[in-house]
Design a protein around this ligand. Structure first.
Ligand code: GLN
Length: 245
Protein backbone atom coordinates (compact mmCIF):
# COMPACT_ATOMS: atom_id res chain seq x y z
CA UNK A 1 0.00 0.00 0.00
CA UNK A 2 1.18 3.51 -0.81
CA UNK A 3 1.32 6.31 1.74
CA UNK A 4 -0.13 9.47 0.21
CA UNK A 5 1.25 12.88 1.18
CA UNK A 6 -0.89 15.80 0.03
CA UNK A 7 0.57 19.31 0.18
CA UNK A 8 -2.14 21.95 -0.35
CA UNK A 9 -1.31 24.73 -2.82
CA UNK A 10 2.49 24.46 -2.43
CA UNK A 11 2.98 26.84 -5.37
CA UNK A 12 1.49 29.61 -3.23
CA UNK A 13 1.88 28.48 0.38
CA UNK A 14 5.44 27.32 0.93
CA UNK A 15 7.27 30.39 2.16
CA UNK A 16 10.63 29.91 3.95
CA UNK A 17 11.07 26.46 2.36
CA UNK A 18 8.05 24.90 4.06
CA UNK A 19 8.02 22.48 1.09
CA UNK A 20 10.95 20.88 2.92
CA UNK A 21 8.42 19.42 5.34
CA UNK A 22 6.98 17.38 2.48
CA UNK A 23 10.44 16.09 1.50
CA UNK A 24 11.21 15.05 5.07
CA UNK A 25 8.00 13.05 5.42
CA UNK A 26 8.56 11.46 2.01
CA UNK A 27 12.18 10.54 2.70
CA UNK A 28 11.64 9.28 6.25
CA UNK A 29 8.88 7.04 4.92
CA UNK A 30 11.08 5.76 2.08
CA UNK A 31 13.96 5.09 4.51
CA UNK A 32 11.54 2.73 6.25
CA UNK A 33 10.85 0.94 2.99
CA UNK A 34 7.38 2.42 2.55
CA UNK A 35 5.94 3.20 -0.86
CA UNK A 36 5.13 6.92 -0.98
CA UNK A 37 3.20 9.18 -3.34
CA UNK A 38 3.34 12.97 -3.09
CA UNK A 39 0.25 14.51 -4.70
CA UNK A 40 0.21 18.33 -4.44
CA UNK A 41 -3.22 19.96 -4.68
CA UNK A 42 -3.25 22.88 -7.10
CA UNK A 43 -5.76 25.73 -7.30
CA UNK A 44 -8.87 24.50 -9.12
CA UNK A 45 -8.40 20.86 -8.09
CA UNK A 46 -10.59 19.04 -5.60
CA UNK A 47 -9.14 17.42 -2.49
CA UNK A 48 -10.03 13.71 -2.35
CA UNK A 49 -10.23 12.53 1.28
CA UNK A 50 -9.97 8.92 0.05
CA UNK A 51 -6.54 9.62 -1.42
CA UNK A 52 -4.72 11.32 1.43
CA UNK A 53 -2.90 9.94 4.47
CA UNK A 54 -1.26 13.18 5.62
CA UNK A 55 -2.02 16.78 4.59
CA UNK A 56 0.38 19.73 4.78
CA UNK A 57 -0.18 23.44 4.21
CA UNK A 58 2.65 25.94 4.40
CA UNK A 59 3.01 29.62 5.04
CA UNK A 60 2.65 32.60 2.76
CA UNK A 61 2.46 36.34 2.37
CA UNK A 62 -0.87 37.98 3.12
CA UNK A 63 -1.65 38.19 -0.61
CA UNK A 64 -0.93 34.48 -1.15
CA UNK A 65 -3.29 33.60 1.67
CA UNK A 66 -6.03 35.73 0.12
CA UNK A 67 -5.44 34.03 -3.26
CA UNK A 68 -5.84 30.57 -1.70
CA UNK A 69 -8.60 31.19 0.85
CA UNK A 70 -11.67 30.77 -1.38
CA UNK A 71 -10.37 27.56 -2.96
CA UNK A 72 -9.28 26.16 0.41
CA UNK A 73 -12.63 26.92 2.03
CA UNK A 74 -14.33 24.99 -0.79
CA UNK A 75 -12.22 21.97 0.21
CA UNK A 76 -13.11 22.28 3.91
CA UNK A 77 -15.90 19.64 3.91
CA UNK A 78 -13.58 17.08 2.27
CA UNK A 79 -10.72 18.04 4.61
CA UNK A 80 -13.06 17.70 7.59
CA UNK A 81 -14.00 14.22 6.38
CA UNK A 82 -10.33 13.20 6.06
CA UNK A 83 -9.54 14.59 9.52
CA UNK A 84 -12.50 12.70 11.02
CA UNK A 85 -11.06 9.55 9.41
CA UNK A 86 -7.74 10.07 11.18
CA UNK A 87 -5.69 11.89 8.56
CA UNK A 88 -3.10 14.15 10.25
CA UNK A 89 -2.62 17.76 9.17
CA UNK A 90 0.49 19.94 9.53
CA UNK A 91 -0.32 23.63 9.01
CA UNK A 92 2.47 26.20 9.22
CA UNK A 93 2.04 29.92 9.78
CA UNK A 94 -0.22 31.27 6.98
CA UNK A 95 -1.62 27.76 6.52
CA UNK A 96 -2.14 27.56 10.29
CA UNK A 97 -4.03 30.87 10.23
CA UNK A 98 -6.31 29.56 7.46
CA UNK A 99 -7.29 26.62 9.66
CA UNK A 100 -9.22 29.19 11.69
CA UNK A 101 -12.23 31.41 11.09
CA UNK A 102 -10.42 34.41 9.61
CA UNK A 103 -7.14 36.27 9.20
CA UNK A 104 -7.29 40.07 9.27
CA UNK A 105 -4.02 41.47 7.92
CA UNK A 106 -2.27 44.75 8.69
CA UNK A 107 -4.16 46.51 5.90
CA UNK A 108 -7.44 45.41 7.47
CA UNK A 109 -8.16 42.86 4.73
CA UNK A 110 -10.39 40.19 6.30
CA UNK A 111 -9.55 36.82 4.75
CA UNK A 112 -11.99 34.06 5.71
CA UNK A 113 -10.58 30.73 6.85
CA UNK A 114 -11.82 27.15 6.77
CA UNK A 115 -13.00 27.06 10.39
CA UNK A 116 -11.48 23.59 10.75
CA UNK A 117 -10.07 24.72 14.10
CA UNK A 118 -11.68 27.23 16.47
CA UNK A 119 -9.08 29.98 16.24
CA UNK A 120 -8.83 33.48 14.79
CA UNK A 121 -5.95 35.68 13.73
CA UNK A 122 -5.55 39.43 13.55
CA UNK A 123 -2.28 41.06 12.45
CA UNK A 124 -0.50 43.06 15.11
CA UNK A 125 1.41 46.33 14.61
CA UNK A 126 4.77 44.56 14.35
CA UNK A 127 6.09 41.31 12.92
CA UNK A 128 7.23 38.57 15.28
CA UNK A 129 10.56 37.50 13.83
CA UNK A 130 13.30 35.34 15.27
CA UNK A 131 14.49 31.93 16.32
CA UNK A 132 12.14 30.02 18.57
CA UNK A 133 12.14 27.16 21.06
CA UNK A 134 8.87 25.58 22.19
CA UNK A 135 8.26 22.98 24.91
CA UNK A 136 5.91 20.40 23.37
CA UNK A 137 4.31 17.31 24.86
CA UNK A 138 3.07 15.04 22.08
CA UNK A 139 1.73 11.49 22.46
CA UNK A 140 2.97 11.43 26.05
CA UNK A 141 6.55 12.48 25.30
CA UNK A 142 8.12 15.90 25.86
CA UNK A 143 10.16 17.48 23.10
CA UNK A 144 11.85 20.77 22.28
CA UNK A 145 10.52 22.20 19.01
CA UNK A 146 12.99 24.51 17.28
CA UNK A 147 12.89 26.76 14.23
CA UNK A 148 12.10 30.39 13.42
CA UNK A 149 9.07 32.61 13.12
CA UNK A 150 8.13 35.54 10.91
CA UNK A 151 4.50 36.62 11.18
CA UNK A 152 2.36 39.67 11.81
CA UNK A 153 -0.58 37.55 12.84
CA UNK A 154 -1.61 37.21 16.44
CA UNK A 155 -3.67 34.05 16.83
CA UNK A 156 -6.19 33.45 19.60
CA UNK A 157 -7.31 29.88 20.26
CA UNK A 158 -10.90 29.01 21.07
CA UNK A 159 -11.65 27.88 24.63
CA UNK A 160 -11.51 24.19 23.74
CA UNK A 161 -8.36 24.32 21.60
CA UNK A 162 -5.03 23.33 23.13
CA UNK A 163 -1.78 25.00 22.12
CA UNK A 164 0.91 22.83 20.55
CA UNK A 165 3.32 23.92 23.24
CA UNK A 166 4.68 26.44 25.69
CA UNK A 167 7.06 29.09 24.41
CA UNK A 168 10.59 28.98 25.79
CA UNK A 169 11.99 31.50 23.31
CA UNK A 170 9.89 33.48 20.83
CA UNK A 171 6.65 35.39 20.39
CA UNK A 172 4.26 32.46 20.23
CA UNK A 173 0.70 32.69 18.94
CA UNK A 174 0.08 36.26 20.04
CA UNK A 175 3.39 37.88 20.89
CA UNK A 176 3.07 37.33 24.63
CA UNK A 177 5.59 34.49 24.50
CA UNK A 178 3.27 31.98 26.16
CA UNK A 179 1.37 29.52 23.95
CA UNK A 180 2.53 28.43 20.52
CA UNK A 181 0.51 26.75 17.77
CA UNK A 182 -2.44 24.44 18.24
CA UNK A 183 -2.96 20.72 18.70
CA UNK A 184 -6.47 19.52 17.92
CA UNK A 185 -6.53 15.74 17.62
CA UNK A 186 -4.13 15.06 14.76
CA UNK A 187 -4.14 18.66 13.51
CA UNK A 188 -0.80 20.34 14.27
CA UNK A 189 -0.75 24.08 13.72
CA UNK A 190 2.38 26.10 14.32
CA UNK A 191 4.15 29.33 13.43
CA UNK A 192 7.48 27.55 13.28
CA UNK A 193 9.27 27.59 9.93
CA UNK A 194 12.68 26.15 9.17
CA UNK A 195 11.47 24.15 7.38
CA UNK A 196 10.11 22.71 10.56
CA UNK A 197 10.56 18.97 10.18
CA UNK A 198 14.27 18.50 9.34
CA UNK A 199 15.26 19.74 12.80
CA UNK A 200 12.27 18.15 14.51
CA UNK A 201 12.32 14.52 13.26
CA UNK A 202 10.24 13.38 16.24
CA UNK A 203 7.34 15.47 14.89
CA UNK A 204 7.84 14.09 11.38
CA UNK A 205 7.69 10.54 12.73
CA UNK A 206 4.55 11.27 14.75
CA UNK A 207 2.83 12.56 11.61
CA UNK A 208 4.08 9.51 9.71
CA UNK A 209 2.83 7.13 12.42
CA UNK A 210 -0.64 8.72 12.26
CA UNK A 211 -0.56 8.52 8.46
CA UNK A 212 0.48 4.84 8.57
CA UNK A 213 -2.31 4.09 11.04
CA UNK A 214 -4.77 5.75 8.70
CA UNK A 215 -3.47 3.65 5.80
CA UNK A 216 -3.62 0.42 7.85
CA UNK A 217 0.16 0.11 7.96
CA UNK A 218 2.26 -0.65 11.01
CA UNK A 219 2.76 2.42 13.19
CA UNK A 220 6.06 1.02 14.50
CA UNK A 221 8.64 3.01 12.55
CA UNK A 222 12.18 1.64 12.53
CA UNK A 223 14.56 4.08 14.27
CA UNK A 224 16.75 6.15 11.96
CA UNK A 225 20.20 7.60 12.50
CA UNK A 226 19.10 11.15 13.38
CA UNK A 227 22.44 12.39 14.67
CA UNK A 228 22.58 15.16 12.05
CA UNK A 229 18.98 16.21 12.73
CA UNK A 230 19.64 16.24 16.45
CA UNK A 231 22.86 18.22 16.03
CA UNK A 232 20.94 20.77 13.95
CA UNK A 233 18.24 20.98 16.61
CA UNK A 234 20.79 21.55 19.38
CA UNK A 235 22.48 24.26 17.33
CA UNK A 236 19.12 25.95 16.67
CA UNK A 237 18.11 25.75 20.34
CA UNK A 238 21.46 27.11 21.50
CA UNK A 239 21.28 30.00 19.04
CA UNK A 240 17.69 30.86 19.98
CA UNK A 241 18.48 30.78 23.69
CA UNK A 242 21.51 33.01 23.17
CA UNK A 243 19.27 35.56 21.47
CA UNK A 244 16.49 35.34 24.08
CA UNK A 245 14.32 38.38 23.27
N1 GLN B 1 0.98 36.46 6.20
C1 GLN B 1 0.87 35.88 7.55
C2 GLN B 1 1.43 36.82 8.64
O1 GLN B 1 2.16 37.72 8.33
C3 GLN B 1 1.61 34.56 7.59
C4 GLN B 1 3.11 34.73 7.34
C5 GLN B 1 3.81 33.42 7.10
O2 GLN B 1 3.22 32.45 6.62
N2 GLN B 1 5.15 33.37 7.40
O3 GLN B 1 1.14 36.60 9.81
Amino acid sequence: MTLRIVPLYPELLSIYADRGNVRVLEQRARWRGLSVEVAPLALGESFDPERADVVLIGGGQDRDQALVAEALIAQAPALRSAIADGVPVLAVCGGYQLLGHRYVDQSGRDTPGTGLVDLETHAGPTRLVGNVVVDVELAGTRHELVGFENHAGRTSLGAGVAPLGKVIVGGGNDGTGTAEGCLEGRIVGTYVHGPLLPKNPWLADQLLAWACEHRGLSTTLAPLDDHLEQAAAVAASTLARSERR
